[in-house]
Design a protein around this ligand. Sequence first.
Ligand code: GDP
Ligand code: MG
Length: 752
Amino acid sequence: HPTAPTVMTMNGHFAGVGENGTADFQHGVQIIDADKNFNENLGAYLQKESIIRSGFNYHIISVFGSQSTGKSTLLNYLFGTHFGVMSEQERRQTTKGIWMSKNKNEAAGKGGEKGMAENILVMDVEGTDGRERGEDQDFERKSALFALATSEVLIVNIWEHQVGLYQGANMGLLKTVFEVNLQLFLKDAKSVPRSLLFFVIRDHLGTTPLANLKQTLVQDLQRIWSGLSKPPGMDKSTIEDYFDFAFVALPHKILQPEKFEQEVQSLGTRFREGYKDPKRLGLVDESSEPVLLPEYHRRIPADGFPIYAKGVWDQIDSNKDLDLPTQQELLAQFRCDEISKEVLIPFDEAIVPLEEQQSQAVAAGTPSTIPKLGKTMTTARSTLLAAFEVEASRYHKGVFKTKQAELATKVDSRLKALFQGQMTAAHKSGLNDFSEGVTQSVKAGQKKSGNYDFHKIVQSEKEKALKLFESEAQGSLVSGTSWSDYKSQMNSFRRELDEASGRLRKEEMRRLANRSERWVRAKLDESVGLEFNKLGSGRAGSGAPVEGQKPATEKDLWDRIWSVFTDTVSHAESRFTDRARSFDASPDEVEVGLWRLRRKSWGALHAKIDEEMMEGNLLLKLRENFEDKFRYDDEGVPRIWRPSDDIEGLYTKARESTIELIPLLTRFRLARTSSAPPLDAWIGDAPPNVTAADEEDLPPIGGVDDDEGKTMEDEMTILSDAKAADLSTRFKKTADGVYVEAKRSAIGGVTQ
Ligand code: GDP
Ligand code: MG
């Protein structure tokens, strides 16, 4: 039936491909069609027959011979194939082009003497005698070249009665085979393995023993060989330099069908793997020895065979010199690239998500390390390289090595980027954690006792950070690479930790300075306040005298304030120095800190004095001072005024005594030197390493910072003259009031 999708051997289209284009491969695959086109489905066929992944574990066998000599029939019997066979009635050519089929014989893959090799691929090459193709020898030559370039064993199918007919079609074909073989060798002798020419003599009647037939054939072959024009340097070569020969005779299939089948079956067992007996050079014994010898193998990996075969055929068909080494290199390049792509798929599955995770974290500015990165990378890398090696090392060694290096470079550059990203993340988060850890510990210390060891905190956080960094770096190493090393990253991390420590120490210095200042302020608040309170007592030295000190007088108020002040600050200074030293602050830093502390303390004292000198406060103190002098006698007993008392005299004396205080209060002046305290010397010169930031929050001090245009006199002026005069007036009024009241009470006392 014309539309049936069977073997369309007669119309020149690819058979074995269904009408919808999908391959069914019922009869194998037609590698080359009648129009000399190469079939792109060869790969699919090898896939379907599970040969594509078998590496070198496969064999290719071709058959040659005149038209209609029972070649296809023989192959079908030998290998259980379904090559098209001419029907007994039609007698016309059936096989067009070159067909290929996997060995379907039950013995395939079975071991022992009766078994056959695994994965035998059989090629049925179009026969020739010019009957169908006229004088066109082109295809014959091309298919011979193709078979020779690919096959380990070339079966030469010949009728017994053709043996010795030197002019026969078979001999013509063999001449072609030898010629193309020489042509191949011309390019690169090493790249062309030996082949076995396996003569199968058909319709052997038995009258002429095989040995004789063999002898005749060998003579003919040598005759052909010597008749060939050989390229220079090869003229001494013999046919055995390139070929091994084996011979077998089969009985007549029609006349002795049982015997035929029996002997074909035993012939089948020859198609197993084996080694040649070195004593029998050039000839394989015809009885039972295996014919699939390692030296015949073309060493084209099965997965590369479709590409290789196509490349070879394209070369042959376009009448270019067949250059097998080049073909093999091209094949290696193509296949190595394909294998690279294949092995990159699982690699990408493992690595791309990590790359994305990392770049997203970087974009979001939230650096975080990827757990088990090193392990994942190592596994992905070694799996990829191992898989590549398994598949690609079967190809041309040089190309393989180059592509292997390319692949390693490619994946390593990605893994290296991941590794470096990981190190950057570990670095950044390590620094963050370190600063955060120190800050938190300081806070906890402040909360607990306020007495914490900053140095210890920094040291232990640093150690923790370095340990974590190292373990993260360790866990990110990709074993088997020279680039995954974290020495320099570790050094830069350590360097930046030190820098961060320096910054944190500066902050701690500031905190310490603030604490010291607060402490000084609180102390001054109390002690200076006390000194001013003493003014309220008109009798100097009242209250318990302080041990070891001269009893206080009103006159040395400022002396006492100055000494309380300097004592307080020097106490704060020594505590400051001790603390700062404890966390390795440099002498320079300590010097600046102390200088700032002295200036700030002076500011605090000044503020405290100003507070005490506020009008209301001062007036109250003067009034208390006056009343104390006026209303109490020398023993501190309150006076009961009598009219006889010299109220006016006592009033005037007390009032004058209190008024004398006002000029004393207007200026900070030491009684013992009659001049301002040595503030500038006490503060000292600004240390040489003071920075602008250090000076920023320091208000100028008159007489110390001379460029401010404010003198020491200005600095030490507590009350302006006008204010002092005003105070004096207001005090007098208050005192007058007290006097009038005393007067009244004296008179009242009398009348009572
Ligand atoms: P091919 O063209 O060489 O592939 O030959 P075929 O296998 O198509 O067979 C051609 C014809 O020869 C068919 O009619 C077969 O039946 C017949 N034939 C096959 N094997 C033998 C054989 O061993 N002896 C003889 N005399 N005829 C055979
Ligand atoms: Mg045929």
